[in-house]
Design a protein around this ligand. Sequence first.
Ligand code: DC
Length: 223
Amino acid sequence: MSYSIAIDGPAGAGKSTIAKLLASKLNYIYVDTGAMYRAMAVHFSKNNVNPLDEMEVDRAVQDVDIQIQYDNGVQQVILNGENVTGLLRTEETGKMASQTSKYQSVRTKLVDLQRKLSKTSDVIMDGRDIGTVVLPDAFCKIYLTASSKARAERRYNELVEKGMECDFESIKNDIESRDYQDMHRDISPLKQADDAVLVDTSDMDIDQVVDVISSIIQEKMKA
Ligand code: DC
């Protein structure tokens, strides 16, 4: 039997950073489901699919094969035989992923893959619907969030550190519109599962978040 931990929350709450650290601490496999929606988005962009046209998206989904592999413990996303991991983290791809993840055809294909992965290993999986839809029986569910101001500040600092020019207000607006889109779609919207523990990281650093979640996991393991 394998064990699953679900981490859901809005963009920029620190899910992937925290999930990666916890996965290596606990010896679980980290599954980044956002990367799968992003890989789909790469396919749509490459093929000039209009994200507003559901029928066009449905047709394009039929040509998509996504596989997950691990290279030294790091998730690699293979889209129709090509490793696209390096193409996934752009703002454009994130936007396309948010727009197209509302469609049933996209979700069905990826949820199926996510459930298969959880059956073969102990996983920490992060996304938007993991605790509510993908792994409703996960033994530990975390809803990780932070104020949009705190999330925008983190993103702004990251970009400034990379020497990129950016505007704080527009980063904050993008975050808020992505939150709205992910929380208000009809199918599997982002929301806290009834049995998830809420962790607000607005005033915490990474080590503090890892400590808080580690103790929640320990409590759940004892229960
Ligand atoms: O976590 P991320 O920023 O990489 O996710 C990109 C988009 O993919 C996000 O805006 C919504 C979608 N997504 C989803 O609908 N369900 C998931 N489980 C993960 C991501």
